[in-house]
Design a protein around this ligand. Sequence first.
Ligand code: GLP
Length: 238
Amino acid sequence: MRISVCTTYNDLSEQAADLVAALIAAKPTAVLGLPTGSTPEGMYAALTKRPISFAQVRTFNLDEYLGLGPDHPQSYHQFMKRHLFDHIDLPPASAHIPAGLAPDPDQECARYETLLQQAGGLDLVILGLGENGHVGFNEPGTPWDSRTRRVMLAEKTRQANARFFDSGESVPREALTMGIGTILSARKILLLVAGSNKAAAVRRLLTEPPTVDLPASALHNHANVIVLLDEAAAAGPQ
Ligand code: GLP
């Protein structure tokens, strides 16, 4: 794991955008795994300002809430449109996100995994970090060989994400997410962590033996991981 502490969130966002831009320059047909949440918003904003063509890129989002359609304002479909897809030349057919309204969620997850394999697998997957150490929507206890599937959200995750919804009750209870095994199959992994609310999880990730109780610690099993932290996330719990 290569760890880099960035002075500011802006610096973290620009460094993350540099890595993505360098990959696309080297491989214009790159297959990217993309996160949602507040953390990658700065990276997406930085990417939209760069002279990069996404014309041949293919993207696969990590996850989507079960029960939210692509037009729901809090769906990750809408998040991606707002922050990235509406501002770049990625062909809409090249952007993949699990379908939260799929009539058969299990079949949708199998379809998603197959599509990803047919695309040649992920060249780079970018991750955020949940306060409980989750990556994608892989909550504590997730086996490290898990693939894309339907999951229940931890109460802590629903509370953390309630800020985006009208009320805590309207936060979905389930999601579709790439598994930890899916994430570990990527050729390169970039973990972005910002803010003091993540400092405890970062401390555990960097100092404790890997355990399924901290999903992000599975990344220790991968040979090509970059972690970008801002100073607040790197500072340790207050
Ligand atoms: C959600 C997403 C995760 C994300 C996490 C942290 O649960 N499914 O992929 O990493 O939120 O979000 P934030 O960056 O807003 O703290």
